[in-house]
Design a protein around this ligand. Sequence first.
Ligand code: MSP
Length: 643
Amino acid sequence: MSKKPFYITTPIYYPSAKLHIGHAYCTTIADSIARYHRLAGDDVFFLTGSDEHGLKIQQSAEAAGITPIAYTDRIVAGFQNLWKRLHISNDDFIRTTEARHARVVQEIFRRIYEKGDIYKGSYKGLYCTPCESYWTEHQLDENGCCPDCHRPVQEVSEEAYFFKMSKYADRVLAHIETHPDFIQPVSRRNEMINFIKQGLEDLCISRTSFDWGIPVPGDEKHVIYVWFDALTNYLTPIGFLDDAEKFAKFWPADLHLVGKEIVRFHTIIWPCILMALDLPLPKKVYGHGWLIVDGDKMSKSKGNVVDPIGLIDEFGADAIRYFLLREINLGQDGNFSRDALIARINSDLANDLGNLLHRTLSMALKFQGGMLAAPEGESAADRSLKADAADTVAFFRANMEEMQLSATIKKVWAFISRANKYIDETAPWALAKDPAKKQELANVLYNLAEALRVIGVLISPFMPETAARIWKQLALKGFGSVQLADIEPWGGIPEGHKIGVPEQLFPRIETEKEEAPVWAGKTVGKGKQPEKGERESASEITFEEFHKIQLRVVRVLDAEIVPKTDKLLKLTVDLGDERRQVVSGIAQHYKPEELIGKNVVMVVNLKPAKLRGVVSQGMILAAAQGEDLKVLSVDMPIGTEVR
Ligand code: MSP
């Protein structure tokens, strides 16, 4: 069966501005959609590129004392590096300065001119140089300035070529009205309908006041005006002039993903050009919202421009991709904040996903030497986990088709929490103690590994590097060619499969300063040391005072070394009605896996403190003598009060 083609584009970016996190946002969205369609088995063509002509670039190059092409070469190399660092999987990168593109633009100009839809006239108009846009009087803002950037416009008059947009206005309006999917979200569709209803003027498509552009064929003192040059980039790499078969396969585009401010160019000017060429219109133009930073629009003058390379160096590409896609609803503006990014990394990535992988692999190693035995039989918990997996995969397919990226990610994370809960419900550490429960334990560990295989595939459009790392730790093969269909049936991991070595996926990010460490009831470091007399009187307490200390039996669910320490273990404990994290200075006495599944005594009403930047919400009791130390372990149910 031949694959369904899927052609997706981002806008081509101006190289005049430094790339910021907003550009990374748009490209990351497109990349995750492209990756989803590859998983779904489609034949994807994903295009991005650079929009390099125009007066502004010519002026910037002059200011830098270099040629425009030397100027754009340098910036475009930076773009390409960013896309590589961000794991953007584009199939082509189009530069409007390439010969292959100039050929297409000139041919399109020629065809439309011959048809009589391009004519030479004289333009007297109001021009905004920074936006490279002409405006009519009634389009200006209340101060008579550019409605986009609100800077002053200049009146200019020059000989120019015009494209007869007015001729196509009614047809474009009819198309928008009869194709509800063409412009999304719906709010932008209504905006465009109102815009066209005000009347379309013919579009000036050439300039003579600068020469950094593609010359008008046969009249070379004109260069082609920027939008006519830019929009046609979408036709160049899919064989418009030189590969009829490829062109027939990928045109019309399935999706032009663009920022909200350029929806107008894509849903009005572009359809008019395509109609003049007798080409079908793209199936969908989606206008995403803008990324703002700490509640404010990014701008050089405010000094709040977030550099994506710096963020990738600090947190890794996948954490940033996850944050952008999870945190922001596609059609709306969204806020970027470093604190919110760190909070997501710690809770969703290090805690939920990281712990699930780590706990699963550590237990499989400890209890079965890393071998996943064939499952036999099925408990209620097993059945419910499998049903949740199937439900999550179905939701994923349906919602990714509709570009519901954030909702899809939330659903996948609900499944990750479900799998973590399955560990608590099935308590593999307890099963491991009972030889009669060997098969039950094998089933649980197999199901957990299988859940992680499914999760690895489901997160791959959003976090491709992490997905590959999960597969590697599971020691599974063929990640590069895996399809969504491969995780629809449960049980893809072969019987007797041996898993790989567990590694930490995401280290927790510490932000605040450490507080004085608390260990065995003593506060070391900060604060005034008690006088001798005070210490003695403090050694006797009343019964009421003792009763203030709440002691309970808790179960250790997970344990790991606090990075860069050799004494501290971070424990996740179950109190029966809640889970907590406790840091305990016992790493030299216990290996993390020796504690998993133990019921120990904990002080549960100790004020939370930070040890090496890690929050500790309680204290595990231990008996210590010299080098010897044993945690107080009791064979009583979780939550039992200790008096
Ligand atoms: N060159 C034109 C597009 C031509 S497409 C045929 C252009 N370039 S741009 O570099 O100014 O913008 C490219 C894309 O980046 C736009 O879709 C724009 O919306 C997006 N973004 C720029 N800043 C942004 C944010 N702060 N947030 C989200 N997207 C933003 O327009």
